[in-house]
Design a protein around this ligand. Sequence first.
Ligand SMILES: [Zn+2]
Length: 391
Amino acid sequence: MVPSHSGKERTISPLHWCAACRHPLKLGVVIACLLSILLLCDEPSQATYVVFTIDVCWTCGTDFQGACGGIEYGVPLIASKLEKYGIKGTFFVSPYYPPHLEQETLSNLKSLVSRGHDLQLHTHTEIFDLSRPLLNRYGKEEKRRILSTGIDNLVKAGAPRPIAHRAGGFSVDGETLQLLPELGIHIDSSVFPLWSECKVCLPESDINRFVKVGDVYELPVTLIKMVPWVGYAGMTALSLDSTIWEQQQSALNQAAHKGLPVATIFFHYHTLFKCTWSGVPYQPFEVTGPNEANITALENVLKMLSSDTRFKVVTVRDLWDIFLKNPTSLDGPSFIPYTGLYLAYIKSWRHFFGHHSVKNKIFALGPILVILIVAGGCVYRFRFRRTSRGR
Ligand SMILES: [Zn+2]
């Protein structure tokens, strides 16, 4: 109780203690300010580094260009799309070739070097032995020779000495991780637990984290969860090949919101074209036309990343420099974006006839089959009851 001007005492409700609370407008402003502060506190202070990693599994064939009807849909188109937004990609190129295709391979690699993109080492080993197409099929000394030859060939093409490696078919093992630092390679980007040929297992708490494994740093292929409760079976890579644009957008938004320090966007040199199997060694694809859905998805991702300040697009080489300047800059939590069952279902229909189409067909048709079985059961029971009553 306090005295009023008239000398009478008046009661002050708790609300009167706050002058702003007498005014609905002021109260609104105060609440809005508090909410803004809370939201700002929730926003991560550091940008999420995003790396475009493009696997060029063959560099000695004309499917590198991916020409069809006089238009190139392979590596040159990918480079042009990135450059349109002022972005450089990291191309993991397999720089191996049979002797008669040396000039073609070096010319392909030089075209990327001259455009200022980042070339790193990708090891597809069919060139050495068609019966052993994966790196983990070779002994330690053979692996050393394969890695050294790849490094030499990249340098021969005019690229800086590589500092990162991705094994073809994700066929990395402990031996390879031991060899990489001996050859001046500091980063491996092959750990992909969904692939059975990947022989390096990291704990789940390290998923999507830039972590040290032995003497090398692992830049993992970013995983996203499409279906919950089924572990790795419900996950896929943040890839233009295995996801749709809506999933890519959702995953990137979540990564930025949660403050994931670094994410990789993964795709192949053949992602922007449709093709059939050619049967020609070292040039597996016969281009049949553009893959419009993937071209649109890449445009959308590029627009999003180049206009949103929460992201900073870098190459693997840039990322290594950032890490060397500040070794804690890539520290952060393990986080797997979950893009939801609805988008997983939409994706299964859009990729019904595409890559991994068996999985997509099962996922797309499964719910319809279940509904038909339940409906059929209900109709049968209803008719059975009517028949029983009629007797
Ligand atoms: Zn590959």
